[in-house]
Design a binder for this molecule. Structure first.
Ligand code: PMP
Ligand code: GLU
Length: 394
């Protein structure tokens, strides 16, 4: 008897979380697994943020919070948007949620009708696809490759637009490719979108600060885009706060109100202590992140250097986030130590079994030729992991 809904039966499990769970399970069995599967900083939350949380507990921030977030937090987020992004949001444009994941889910729920198409430049973050499907939308993938630095062109965007297109969702810096769209590239995409005024944009900027390119551009700053963009951000990645679960959006007021409405029926306002701690995080000058960001840059250089030494692996140089997304399709059809590698999933499983390194297959992100490795791990672990991978592929 199948008593579960079609909705849940049609939903895929998050492959990032599934691989992380598998790695944890193998580790618990005593196997020396290096997990490069989960996108999660390996740093501690900065002390000034922890202090703000402790103070909030002592000051009895223990009751239900406003559904869209504390006013002080929303004001601090507006200042952050102005300071870092040049965006003029007002508190009425802001909704604070239980992680950027909930922000994204809210947007899909309040904007999509059955059959609405959502353009996803691929590779895209794993959960976009399922969140859109769960909300009745149809993900329309636009493929890219390592040769184009995993970025779409204006021509590709235009070719993907149909009368049913409701939105485009993308992240920059991108999870999983690490690619960063610069102002010129975003302006060129915006030029196409100008012709289609009913298409909205979800700009996921959660990796904004983990960016080695020296520039960052929010698409909402490009003329004509502000009123049709939902800017998504959060504190999980930049401030090493993945478990605190705070994300937020800046959006046209009607969309913000709708997100508040759904959140009010589903989860209520986000955690009180985490919100108070987030005020400290977003008020801080981004220079507090310099040490962490330069550690990520060193690791990026290390990992890219080591991966390039592996014959058959093709790699772009990611400019942000903390992932590399090598194209490993040259191994498809080969047999290594008795295992035939037919696709990226086989490749990932082979690395888990033979190198004890956990990665995530590119299929999860809409690119079946690639593999994602998170370099949010120590330099020793990264060197060891890639040495093991190299040996397993030799
Ligand atoms: N967007 C992207 C691109 C991500 O990598 C993540 C990481 N989980 C999220 C959104 C969700 O972030 P949060 O942990 O705040 O829900
Ligand atoms: N965003 C991280 C990742 O892509 C965390 C896992 C998740 O939320 O799915 O690995």
């Amino acid at each position: 008897m199948n008593f579960l809904s079609d909705r849940i039966n049609n939903l895929s499990t998050s492959q990032t979380l599934a691989m992380a769970a598998k790695a944890r399970e193998l580790k618990a069995q005593g196997i020396d697994i290096i997990s490069l599967s989960l996108g999660e900083p390996d740093f501690n939350t900065p002390d000034f943020i922890k202090e703000a949380a402790k103070k909030a507990i002592d000051e009895n921030y223990s009751t239900y919070t406003p559904v869209d977030g504390y006013v002080e937090l929303k004001e601090a987020i507006c200042k952050k948007f102005k300071r870092d992004n040049g965006l003029d949001y007002k508190p009425g444009n802001i909704v604070v949620s239980t992680g950027a994941k909930q922000s994204l889910y809210n947007i899909a729920q309040v904007m999509l009708n059955d059959g609405d198409e959502v353009i996803l430049p691929a590779p895209y973050w794993v959960s976009y696809f399922e969140i859109i499907k769960l909300s009745g939308g149809i993900p329309v993938e636009v493929p890219t490759s390592v040769e184009s630095d995993f970025k779409i062109t204006p021509e590709q965007l235009e070719a993907a637009i149909t009368p049913k297109t409701k939105m485009m969702w993308f992240s920059s810096p991108c999870n999983p490719s690490g690619s960063v769209y610069n102002k010129e590239e975003l302006t060129a995409l915006a030029k196409v979108l100008e012709k289609y005024p009913n298409v909205f944009i979800v700009s996921d900027e959660i990796y904004e600060h983990i960016n080695f390119s020296g520039t960052f551009c929010s698409i909402a700053t490009i003329p004509g885009m502000f009123d049709r963009t939902i800017t998504v951000n959060g504190v999980a990645k930049a401030f090493a706060m993945t478990g605190w679960r705070i994300g937020y959006i800046g959006a046209p007021e009607a969309i913000a109100k709708a997100c508040t409405k759904i959140q009010g029926q589903v989860t209520s306002g986000a955690n009180s202590i985490a919100q108070r701690a987030t005020i400290a995080a977003v008020e801080a000058d981004p220079s507090v992140l310099n040490t962490m960001v330069s550690a990520f840059k060193n690791r990026r250089d290390l990992v890219v250097g080591l991966m390039k030494e592996i014959p058959g692996v093709k790699l772009n140089v990611p400019e942000g986030a903390f992932y590399v997304f090598p194209d490993i399709s040259s191994f498809f059809g080969k047999t290594l130590r008795g295992t035939t590698i037919n696709n990226a999933e086989d490749f990932s499983m082979y690395l888990l079994a033979e190198a004890n390194v956990a990665t995530v297959t590119g299929d999860a992100f809409g690119n079946p030729n690639c593999l994602r490795l998170s370099y949010a791990a120590s330099e020793e672990q990264l060197t060891e992991a890639i040495t093991r991978i190299k040996e397993a592929l030799a």
